[in-house]
Write a new protein. Structure first.
Lengths: 72, 139
């Protein structure tokens, strides 16, 4: 999977979404091509982005508490 | 000398084996998801998706949707029908600009004691001028 050019720097919904769209455009050009606002396929891209955003938030919060505990 | 008619086709329609997106409803024969292979079918699914979405439902995109559920408990009158047509015309022009609406028919569905409404939209694709229609029933 290292060759698949996955970005590990996404933190927000918008960043996850745009990277997932780019990923689909790059690796699934013969299966999925409609990236308009009204397409039902957005459901899957946006749900994944939502999960990514929430996980990123909890990761940041965990790191914050861990570093606070270490300081004390 | 007559000017020859040019036929405009979306490039994605020239290759029949290229999948465009996912169609609605999710009830494919070999699984829940059906791929679409023509822009005509994909745009039909996009229209259904828009009509069934209310504003505020989409995460981080609260403006998306036709907002038809806001008139859920209104009486079925001429004014309500006109309001439904206005909402559809306005939102389709923003979110599905590939489509030109020809006519919208709003009629109460008799099988539910006139407590539901059936909306039929007749439209044509701007690029290829293909006509199609979609019917959505709100019970």
């Amino acid at each position: 999977m290292a060759d698949n050019n996955v970005s590990y720097l996404n933190k927000t919904f918008g960043e996850f979404r745009s990277n997932l769209v780019n990923y689909a455009k790059t690796y699934f050009p013969t299966s999925y091509n409609d990236f308009s606002e009204s397409t039902p396929g957005n459901l899957f891209i946006e749900m994944s982005s939502y999960i990514g955003d929430v996980m990123s938030f909890y990761l940041d919060t965990c790191l914050l508490y861990t570093s606070d505990a270490a300081d004390e | 000398m007559p000017i020859p008619q040019t036929i405009r086709v979306n490039p994605l329609d020239l290759q029949g084996n290229i999948g465009l997106g996912v169609s609605l409803p999710f009830d494919g024969p070999s699984g829940p998801f059906n791929s679409t292979y023509s822009t005509k079918n994909q745009i039909k699914s996009n229209l259904i998706n828009l009509l069934l979405t209310n504003k505020g439902e989409r995460v981080f995109n609260p403006e998306f949707g036709a907002n038809l559920k806001t008139i859920l408990f209104e009486g079925i009158t001429e004014d309500t029908s006109e309001l439904i047509k206005e909402l559809i015309n306005f939102n389709v022009s923003i979110f599905v600009p590939e489509v030109q609406i020809i006519d919208i028919l709003v009629s109460p569905a008799l099988e539910y004691n006139n407590n539901s409404v059936s909306i039929t939209i007749k439209y044509k694709l701007r690029i290829s001028q293909d006509a199609d229609q979609v019917t959505v029933q709100f019970i």
